[in-house]
Design a protein around this ligand. Structure first.
Ligand SMILES: [Ca+2]
Ligand SMILES: [Ca+2]
Ligand SMILES: [Ca+2]
Ligand SMILES: [Ca+2]
Length: 303
């Protein structure tokens, strides 16, 4: 038996196609030819992660074929904007092209122990080539202030007002006074509070009541939360200009923000081999997948 493979986009690679055709037909000894389409254009990119790392895969259910990439790593690949280039080595990083007796499901790739069904009838291993994973992250502090494409430190963009290393757009405490912005904007975020009326909104003002003591220092019990320190009869000290006691607190509270990642994957210069024959793919677009990670990140900035 011999397998005859029609490479994807073969019309662009007529020369290669002809060479392969000659090679394959030359290797046939019984004329029993199985056509494989190698067509994954319309299939969605899926993935699983586990102790061995990641498996990215596409399944063509119509032809019972799959193409999969394993990247062996213990790193979380989806945590930051990145272009991750992995050189395939055949052991920790490799590609498989397979055909089965019937179509596998996602769980085929996501099981710790590979299922015995469906059976693999065609198996090519890609030991060389490059996998390029493009990771895009969206960060959101959910602080009720809309994002602005701006470097201005007083706007909800890439500026870093409190210089804690977290740009305003995902800093849940923009002015670093240990009162979250979502609290400081007040009940109507479209018209943020300005307690001392100095023209600087509370969430951008390090001394909200204008009594000369930083809000961060109006934290008598030093629990990194000025909202629960009330000495007078008019609410928390940091909003009460009649109370101007200072407790030095040069520390930031823990910050949280939401992170959502999306990926795109391209395989380049892949050579798949079953021991006898090879399939070459100059570039194989594995597609993209949104929301591969949606999580809350907790971090305490260094003061
Ligand atoms: Ca900041
Ligand atoms: Ca604040
Ligand atoms: Ca103010
Ligand atoms: Ca104050």
């Amino acid at each position: 038996m011999c397998y005859f493979v029609i490479p994807e986009k073969f019309y662009m690679k007529k020369a290669l196609f002809l060479l392969m055709a000659i090679a394959f037909f030359g290797a046939c000894d019984d004329g029993d030819i199985i056509l494989t389409s190698f067509d994954f254009d319309d299939e969605s990119l899926e993935f699983c992660s586990g102790a061995d790392g990641y498996v990215f895969f596409k399944i063509n259910a119509t032809t019972s074929e799959s193409i999969s990439l394993q990247i062996g790593t213990t790193n979380n690949l989806f945590l930051e904007n990145d272009t991750i280039i992995t050189v395939l080595d055949g052991s920790t990083h490799f590609v498989n092209y397979r055909r089965y007796t019937s179509s596998p499901t996602n769980s085929y790739f996501c099981s710790n122990i590979p299922p015995t069904n469906p059976e693999v009838t065609v198996d090519y291993l890609g030991e060389s080539g490059i996998a390029t994973l493009f990771v895009t992250t969206l960060l959101n502090d959910n602080d009720l202030v809309d994002f602005e494409d701006s470097e201005n430190e007083m706007e909800e963009g890439f500026g870093d007002l409190d210089m804690d290393g977290i740009p305003n757009y995902y800093d849940f405490d923009d002015d670093g006074d240990n009162v979250p912005t979502s609290v400081e904007v007040g009940i109507d975020p479209s018209s943020p509070k300005d307690t001392d009326g100095d023209g600087i909104f509370d969430y951008l003002d390090t001394d909200d009541d204008g009594d000369g003591v930083l809000t961060r220092y109006e934290d008598r019990n030093m629990d990194l939360d000025p909202t629960n320190d009330t000495t007078g009869n008019s609410g928390p000290d940091y909003l009460n200009p009649a109370v101007a006691d200072e407790t030095i607190v040069d520390e930031y509270r823990e910050h949280s923000y939401n992170l959502v990642s999306s990926i795109a994957l391209i395989l380049s210069n892949i050579v798949l081999s079953n021991g006898n024959e090879e399939i070459s793919q100059e570039s194989l677009d594995m597609g993209e997948k949104q929301n591969v990670l949606d999580t809350t990140i907790l971090v305490t900035p260094e003061f």
